[in-house]
Design a protein. Sequence first.
Length: 136
Amino acid sequence: MSGLRGWPIVVGILIDIGGSIGAGIAYVIGAAVVQGARGVAFDAETLTLGIPQLAVIEMVGLLFTATGGFVAAQMAKTRHLHHGMAVGVASLCVGLLSEFAGGDSDVPAWFNAIAYVAVVPAAAFGGYLAGRGART
């Protein structure tokens, strides 16, 4: 897509990926603190996630994706939806690359599929919101 500005897209990707990783780290630290307060040893079993936990983590990740799309579109000040979508496509590529490089995962394949399908629309929604705010 011509007419897109690179720097806003890079910033949007960094917000998405950095926020998602930061939220994951915060979850692990929070789980460790809760387990420590309960007097339970913190180990790999403690970090086993069920579908409800995965859903919450995915929603937080999609919130960061939408925020990245929003920020990219705001910074670009033009073609808001396209800048948001570009953040989503790039984040999807990074996610797929990390999935292939990371090997086995305890997350069900169907859950990953839903998560990957939702990335571009979430970022596009952020770009859309930025465009709506620019018109008023």
